[in-house]
Design a protein around this ligand. Structure first.
Ligand SMILES: [Zn+2]
Length: 252
């Protein structure tokens, strides 16, 4: 059975119809649906997926940093009374887009880091063109639950630093791209029990369906590719990923 540890169902489908839910139940043991702003979180609370497979993660994406204030923080806290949540995120620092300077983004990031520690929930981290600041901030905290570096996109040097912090590395479809050699060097370096796979659907479709709108079901291509690359039999590899997921999100 497959696990997609990071996707955005609300960006994939206008409405998650019954037949999609059914297929998710058939193919996956777990799928983490990420809601990244107030609008999406409220929609999630309203629609609540009737599925044992779909797990909720809620966070305020770096894009929300400029509008973040005390009122927003309190509002975010209230969501936890209305929804079962298995992780906080995605949150982090992104200098690729203009989401505000480091101070502005850091305040929102720290709010969610501290909340994840307080609530004893894993944290899902988005870090783009911001290794130094992401690392500096994370290093300051003592985490009881691991944090997941979603769609890991840095090189070997950065991965080695993150390994010191007990991070979990989640690889997306871009690891299958022909030019992603450095990312595959990272993949080889990471201990198996610290790897997760994700689609980040509808973004980053794996090579086989590249150019199309991604869907969680395409995770099978990433599984195929990574298990072959690491020379692990596919079913065995699926079990390893599932166990990792359960250890991080479900059992502890
Ligand atoms: Zn995402």
């Amino acid at each position: 059975m497959l696990v997609d540890s990071h996707c955005h169902l609300f960006h994939c489908y206008n409405f998650v119809e019954e037949h999609i839910l059914k297929k998710i139940e058939e193919d996956f043991s777990y799928l983490v649906n990420i809601a990244i702003d107030d609008k999406e979180i409220r929609r999630l609370i309203k629609e609540q997926f009737k599925s044992k497979v779909i797990k909720n993660a809620i966070g305020l994406y770096p894009e929300q940093a400029r509008s973040f204030n005390k009122e927003k923080a309190n509002e975010f806290l209230r969501y936890f009374d209305e929804l079962d949540v298995i992780a906080i995120g995605e949150t982090g620092i992104d200098f690729h887009w203009d989401y505000g300077d480091v101070k502005i983004q850091e305040a929102l990031f720290r709010f969610q880091i501290e909340l994840s520690i307080e609530k004893n929930l894993p944290l899902l981290i988005h870090s783009r063109e911001a290794f130094n600041d992401t690392f500096r901030i994370l290093k300051e905290y003592k985490f009881y639950k691991p944090f997941v570096l979603h769609c890991f996109g840095y090189g070997v040097n950065e991965a080695e630093r993150f390994l010191e912090l007990d991070s979990i590395f989640s690889f997306a479809g871009n690891v299958t791209y022909p030019k992603a050699e450095e990312l595959r060097r990272v993949l080889k370096l990471i201990p198996l029990d610290r790897i997760l796979l994700e689609t980040d659907a509808p973004y980053l479709a794996p090579q086989k369906v590249r150019g199309e709108k991604n869907s969680p079901f395409n995770i099978k291509y990433t599984y195929e590719f990574v298990s072959e690359f690491l020379q692990i039999e596919k079913t065995k590899f699926e079990k390893i990923i599932e166990k990792n997921f359960e250890r991080i999100f479900i059992l502890s």
